[in-house]
Design a protein around this ligand. Structure first.
Ligand SMILES: Cc1cc2nc3c(=O)[nH]c(=O)nc-3n(C[C@H](O)[C@H](O)[C@H](O)COP(=O)(O)OP(=O)(O)OC[C@H]3O[C@@H](n4cnc5c(N)ncnc54)[C@H](O)[C@@H]3O)c2cc1C
Length: 362
């Protein structure tokens, strides 16, 4: 028996791909996908792992509008549109794929702990105890499986404050990013009147003030806030031991530039289902570099002062530089960061300046 804890995208996708004939998917909530705490943006790179049915896509993003603190803005026209998902139905779609391929879904059944017993594990849930050969913790940022297995490590979290709301002045197909609120903020239109609006950063009083400022007089329909783990490079070797493995947010597999985690959880679910023996190696070989680069980019962006943010926007006003961003999926910065740095000496200068200032501050 293989026990997967958590019916989010990572757990469901793994359970769908796993060929073993006795896979059990345990979810503490009564309904898969709810409550929603996500904007649900996916880049085109999802197509390498999954065909997303059109009816799960609420809207499409064709352009990003990035607004500097001095209010000057640039538009990045995406070569390949991003999709904005109905996140609850996306998770339900993946859960259906898992059960169609033979996995047994246990709703309202919470993982409580486990004990080793010979070659097996005794898995304790809120309902009963199971003998299981393998445990997969796809149980989100605070992963109880990681804690029970001693794989939790030293984690940091950011808070994503987000609401679905009636928002004035939305531009169709345009996501607006405001650089001076939180680490960044977003306004993602679902329709011409409704948007997913949020800010992200360390959970401080200032972040809450930024969130209020962003929301302004808009009318909240639904709160969709949640916590996101910061990728921990030391975690890269702690995504499994013996026959216990971690996936997705539980393994801090989240890119720190935009704090998107869905695609990494899916890709890693595929690696684990392909071969548990090579999972850790594959993850480290193929994804850890991008996660590390994203983390470093985020650290630099967080250390930027307002003037430097304004300068960054000026740099990307140049067509050549914007074109690099337009052509590549931001999920894999290793594919374009060198190209960008080679093209633009000002980026090096700015990067060094910020890094130096960051060293003084620490
Ligand atoms: C405001 C916000 C906006 C975001 N926007 C985006 C975005 O646009 N794009 C993107 O890619 N990512 C985004 N993310 C991140 C994304 O939501 C996560 O990376 C993604 O949900 C991780 O999937 P997962 O399957 O690893 O974990 P989760 O989706 O967290 O699923 C974990 C599951 O485990 C269950 N569980 C937990 N403990 C137990 C237990 N003890 N027993 C049984 N079940 C348990 C939970 O109920 C949950 O269903 C956002 C996050 C936030 C907070």
């Amino acid at each position: 028996m293989i026990s997967v804890i958590g019916a989010g995208p990572a757990g469901c996708y793994y359970a769908y791909k796993e060929q073993h004939d006795d896979v059990h998917l345990f979810e503490e909530d009564a309904v898969v996908g709810k409550p929603v705490a996500c904007t649900g943006i996916l880049t085109n790179s999802v197509r390498s792992v999954l065909d997303v049915p059109k009816d799960l896509v609420i809207s499409k993003i064709e352009r990003f509008k990035i607004v500097a603190p001095n209010k000057k803005a640039i538009y990045i026209n995406l070569n390949k549109t991003n999709m904005v998902l109905d996140r609850a139905r996306f998770d339900q779609f993946l859960a259906q794929k898992a059960t169609d391929s033979g996995a047994q879904l246990h709703l309202k059944e919470k993982f409580v702990g486990f004990k080793k017993s010979g070659n097996l594990y005794l898995l304790k849930t809120s309902k009963k105890t199971y003998e299981t050969d393998m445990i997969v913790g796809a149980d989100g940022p605070y992963s109880p499986v990681a804690k029970a297995a001693g794989l939790y490590g030293n984690r940091q979290f950011v808070k994503g404050w987000q609401a679905r709301c009636k928002f004035p002045g939305l531009e169709e197909g345009v996501t607006e990013i405001r650089m001076n609120l939180g680490e960044f903020s977003w306004i993602v239109p679902e329709t011409d009147k409704i948007a997913r609006v949020g800010v992200i950063g360390m959970d401080t009083a200032q972040l809450r003030r930024d969130y209020k400022k962003l929301l302004g007089a808009s009318k909240i329909i639904e709160d969709q806030s949640g916590m996101i783990p910061l990728y921990n490079p030391q975690q890269k070797l702690r995504v499994g031991k013996e026959d216990i493995f971690l996936l997705g947010d539980a393994a801090t597999q989240v890119k720190a530039t935009t704090y998107g985690g869905i695609i990494y959880g899916l890709i890693c679910g595929g690696y684990l289902a392909d071969n548990k023996e090579t999972y850790i190696k594959e993850f480290n070989k193929k994804l850890a570099k991008d996660l590390w680069i994203s983390l470093k980019m985020r650290e630099l962006m967080n250390a930027m002062n307002e003037q430097q943010s304004n300068e960054l926007i000026e740099i990307f006003k140049k067509r050549n530089n914007a074109a690099v961003l337009e052509q590549h999926d931001r999920d894999f910065p290793s594919k374009f960061i060198v190209q960008l740095l080679m093209k633009e000496a000002k980026l090096w200068k700015l990067g060094f300046q910020i890094a130096k200032q960051k060293m003084w501050m620490s």
